[in-house]
Design a protein around this ligand. Structure first.
Ligand SMILES: Nc1ncnc2c1ncn2[C@@H]1O[C@H](COP(=O)(O)OP(=O)(O)OP(=O)(O)O)[C@@H](O)[C@H]1O
Ligand SMILES: [Zn+2]
Length: 749
């Protein structure tokens, strides 16, 4: 019986495919984790060997041999493959697609998994002994330079000194020097690890660092530190011994390009090889970074969500900064949560994890309160007159006349802070000019033709834009309903506030930060620089401006509308809103001057808002946790949402209803009903739906949801697996799109 190779392919089918080994290559070479090229239908695909077996269900005559073996050494080791398998199982996503979502693009395309090599030139014994070369002074100078570098010098460093490669080769012909090949990204530079002095820690920071440094094996710390309390310094000092031991550190951050300061601080601190994985890299650079981590040459890997899939030779610690951040959750395709995967991987690697946040997620907070995680707290800001972040002040605007969204008392505070030469930060949660366009005569509203949503009015370039499906239209001059010319913006977006503020403060430079204003990496860097160098007095923007930044000269933070998020149907909306308001408020008074935070509201009596303002996020979050527990919502129960969409509402509804009926016995079984023959024993699996999604029509498709909620993970996952088995063989289900979202970040998408 021939050996059969099981190959994962980048196809959206939940299957692994059988192939025969390459006829002219030894079996042992066709190892797990090696890439192969195979023919799949009419196509040639690159796949990865994920298993070997003796027999296949398909008759041997029908199984094709692989066409090429692309790797002599596996690109993925068995441990890494096991992680990918776990991830695919947990998120109920096809293994092939999961595996290929995690690989650098160049590897998916079949590029060799070889690191770029550098020539390192060094002197031979003869080269060290020779005393003079009177006829070739340039070669002599080159030789003398190389003599000062006993470990050798890269070609780039040599040519930077003005030498030519012909000179190198002439010296080599004389037997005085030689070279070796080494990967471009190499491990630890010799010399001291610290490139700059460490800050003197506050007592709270000291205690946190000590606890972390004492940890052995897998141990999770929740570092809950108020905004500006110096969490980054804690990470830096906690990880130093890990690097000193020669181990690697993975640092996950929400968005590197947004907060280049954090990256600079890591780079400045350590004389070791650091790779940053972010959207600004070329595919080649990504591959180099991936390979460097895999062979242990990258001591620190800092990256956004997908960096969690980086393989490490010798991982020693994982740090997740702003662990509550939405960007860690991928919302489409493989809907994974990078924090949760990182925790799982750290557990396997038996290394400590630091989850850092000023506003921890309720998930992490619950674990900390239940002492599954060690809770470390920083309650004060170092080296400021006001060691705690400024309180949030509510400004009741119900009876106030607004000028383009700004009340008079707020404008007066702006005047005062600006006259004092400080920076003010204005937070508006909407980009564009106005969130809607309306007709004052008949009440018509510009709506997206494809979605149940309003079109946002943008002024530059002028257009109506649906932020859900990207549909764009020209701005009309008359109302399409009643032909009146009385069209007006409704509500405020960043562009509208910008126009107003520029008019009111013509002398004061303004920087606007939102996705339209800083669409490129370069523009973002320029804007951030302007802020740091005090070339801007007014900073205006969306979420982009709210988190992670350290702007020492900002003394006033104003939130134009604190009410968005207070009355959403999403059960996580309050948590997210509390986090966002606290984060944005945390940008005020971070250095020597005191800060002030003003939230405009039409609901000054709202108990949630009051509680957040009076007692702070930490208290607020603990109260939300109690509420979640009473309602059996995450993190007390587990939730999974099936998102389904189709061309008609009826189509989706029918498939999901039939599926729900099919799942009924499984769900009953969890409640202890006798007749259901299922293995599921746990109590209380709950099914809700199908029901229309909060935005039912999107991109001309009808969206529905079906929820499963459970106190235990096992019955939840078994039922999800049953639903997928059912849907895969259901004929009508082929006409709809569906995907499960496990541990959803919100219930809207
Ligand atoms: N022990 C210390 N002594 C002096 N300055 C410190 C100390 N620790 C941190 N700082 C400084 O305090 C400032 C704020 O620190 P950092 O940005 O790390 O705070 P953070 O907790 O990450 O804040 P946020 O959650 O708001 O992003 C930085 O400029 C940092 O250099
Ligand atoms: Zn739309």
């Amino acid at each position: 019986m021939p050996l059969i190779l099981e190959v994962a392919l980048p196809v959206p089918l939940d299957a692994i495919f059988d192939y025969l080994p390459h006829p002219h290559t030894a079996h042992f070479r066709q190892a797990l984790g090696c890439r192969v090229q195979v023919s799949f239908g009419q196509r040639k695909l690159i796949g990865v060997i994920v298993g070997h077996k003796q027999a296949s269900d398909i008759s041997p005559a029908k199984i094709k041999p692989i066409e090429h073996l692309l790797d002599l050494d596996p690109i993925l080791d068995p441990g890494w493959l096991a992680k990918i398998r776990w991830c695919a199982r947990y998120y109920h996503h096809p293994l092939g697609d999961t595996l290929f979502s995690c690989l650098p693009t160049l590897l998916k395309k079949g590029e060799p998994a070889d690191a770029l090599q550098d020539q390192i030139w060094f002197t031979t014994y003869l080269g060290q002994q020779i005393e003079a070369m009177p006829k070739t002074p340039a070669q002599w100078r080159l030789l003398q330079m190389l003599r000062q570098h006993p470990h050798g010098l890269e070609v780039s460093a040599i040519s930077a000194q003005g030498f030519q490669s012909t000179q190198l080769h002439k010296l080599r012909d004389k037997g005085l020097i030689d070279y070796r090949q080494e990967p471009k990204l190499t491990a630890q530079v010799s010399g001291p690890l610290l490139a700059e002095a460490e800050l003197v820690l506050t007592p709270e920071q000291t205690s946190a660092v000590q606890h972390i440094q004492q940890a052995q094996g897998f141990h999770v710390f929740l570092l809950e530190g108020v905004t500006g309390s110096g969490k980054t310094e804690v990470y830096l000092q906690a990880l130093r011994p890990v690097l000193a031991r020669g181990q690697q550190v993975l640092v996950l951050v929400p968005e590197i390009s947004l907060t280049p300061q954090t990256l600079h601080r890591f780079r400045r601190r350590f004389a070791c090889s650091l790779v940053a994985l972010h959207s600004g890299l070329s595919e080649r650079e990504r591959l180099e970074a991936w390979l460097a981590a895999k062979r242990g040459a990258a001591a620190i890997v800092i990256g956004t969500r997908s960096a969690v899939f980086t393989p490490f030779a010798n991982l020693g610690m994982v740090i997740i900064d702003e662990e509550q951040d939405a960007s860690f959750k991928q919302m489409e395709g493989l809907r994974y949560h990078a924090r949760d995967l990182a925790l799982k991987y750290a557990q396997e690697a038996q290394v400590p994890v630091i989850l850092g946040s000023a506003t921890p997620s309720l998930e992490s907070l619950r674990h900390a309160l239940a002492q599954h995680y060690q809770h470390l707290q920083l309650t004060q800001r170092p080296q400021t007159n006001k060691p705690t972040p400024p309180p949030l002040q509510l400004l009741d605007i119900r009876s106030l006349k607004l000028q383009e969204g700004f009340s008079l008392p707020l404008l007066k505070r702006l005047d005062t802070h600006l006259q004092a030469g400080n920076q003010v930060l204005i937070f508006i949660n909407r980009r564009g000019f106005a969130p809607a366009l309306t007709c004052y005569t008949c009440g018509w509203l510009a709506e997206c033709p494809q979605c149940d949503a309003r079109m946002t009015w943008h002024k530059e370039p002028p257009r109506l834009h649906c932020h859900h499906c990207d549909t764009q239209q020209a701005v009309m001059l008359t109302c399409p309903h009643c032909q009146s010319e009385d069209l007006h913006p409704l509500g405020w977006g960043t562009q509208r506030s910008e126009a107003f503020l520029q008019q009111r403060y013509p002398e004061i430079p303004l920087v606007r930060l939102d996705r339209d204003a800083v669409s490129t990496h370069k523009r973002l860097q320029t804007s951030l620089q302007q802020i740091q160098q005090m070339q801007a007095g007014i900073l205006l923007g969306t979420q982009m401006l709210a988190k992670g930044h350290h702007f020492p000269r900002v003394t006033l933070v104003a939130v134009l509308d604190a009410d968005t998020g207070l009355y959403s149907s999403d059960f996580r909306a309050l948590e997210h809103s509390g986090q966002l308001l606290t984060q944005v408020a945390g940008r005020a008074g971070r250095a020597h001057q005191a800060g002030e935070v003003i939230l405009q509201t039409r609901h000054p009596d709202d108990t949630n808002l009051l509680e957040l303002c009076q007692h702070g996020y930490s208290y607020f979050a603990r109260r939300l946790l109690e509420e979640r527990e009473q309602l059996s919502l995450p993190p007390y129960e587990y939730l999974a949402i099936l998102h389904a969409s189709g061309k008609t509402r009826e189509q989706v509804h029918q498939v999901l209803t039939e599926m729900a009926a099919h799942l009924h016995p499984y769900i009953q079984a969890t409640r202890g009903v006798e007749e259901a023959d299922s293995l599921i024993q746990a109590q209380g699996l709950n099914a809700i739906g199908p029901f229309p999604a909060p935005m039912e029509r999107r991109k001309n498709r009808y969206h529905m949801q079906f929820w499963l909620q459970a106190a235990q993970r096992a019955p939840l996952h078994e039922t999800i697996a049953a639903s997928l088995r059912y849907l895969r063989q259901h004929k009508q289900a082929r006409t709809i799109r569906y995907a499960w979202d496990i541990d959803p970040w919100d219930t809207l998408g």
